[in-house]
Write a protein that binds this ligand. Sequence first.
Ligand code: ZN
Ligand code: ZN
Length: 339
Amino acid sequence: MTSLTFPFKAPACNGELIDVVPGCIKWLRMPLPMALDHINLYLVRDGEGWRMIDTGFDTAATRELWTRILPRLDAPITGIVCTHHHGDHCGLAGWLTEKLRVPLYMSRAEYFAMRLVHDTSFDSWEERTYFRHAGMSEAQVAELPQALQLFALASPPARAYRRLREGETLVIGSHQWQLRGGEGHSPEHISLYCSELGVLLSGDQLLGRISPNVGVLPFEPEANPLKDWLISLEHIGELPEETLVLPAHELPFYGLRTRARELQQHHFRVLERVLTHCAERPDTAYGLSQRLFPGRSAALENILAVGETMAHLAYLLKQCRVQRILTAQDSYRYQVCGI
Ligand SMILES: [Zn+2]
Ligand SMILES: [Zn+2]
């Protein structure tokens, strides 16, 4: 298997602009208030302007950065494309569309997910049931609404959008960008591929060094997102290996097919580890998450680890390789089939 190559050094998280495709695509970074401490944003030449790809997380620091960067650009922003609804990607979409009066482009499911995240209380019987079923204690569950508030959008989301659809083409300036759908990390993630430039704006669908979170979420507790994710990786892995991948986190890279395969294999290995743990000692999703991802203790880390563990368990459940039993504590205990 060939390895990945990383042709650019990272810019500082201060609005510095790097020409990744000279005259056509600029790259900048903004800070994130979490363990993953940055997001990559891109500006794509759009005739006499620039089309923005993702916006950054809504904080005073990122608003300040945009306020400094926008007047220094040689042309105005013509529109904003958000790859998906996570706060690091679309957190400033409402603020920017209001300020600039330009359209927002998103897939339909991501647009409505964005509006839902803005409204949710994160404290419902459905959410508490999900975490209790996963094996978390009442005290842990009580801490969660506070931790989950990080995902709530701080400012009102944009009230209108233009729809991006898998399989269609988006024209930006003189280039055609194919819209590639992805599921598993978020409901209808859109990546943009331009064959003429040999560039994929991959959002969170394909990252060079980290594995994007694939989790079962409380609002759809019986979902099988890992199945969707593996299929999406299969599809994106059909693009040419020599494509320059411009991801939303970490460094741009070459080695698209290699990376898609690595990510699939990562999940196959986690599935095997889940099976091994379940065979050694049947456990709850929370218990298994602690054994799979030791050393995580913050409430938010626990939530992500539980969701990721549940995604692997759901995949194995659907394949009848594990089964679950509801215990007297109202949590599910998972064991390998046949025990
Ligand atoms: Zn994301
Ligand atoms: Zn992201």
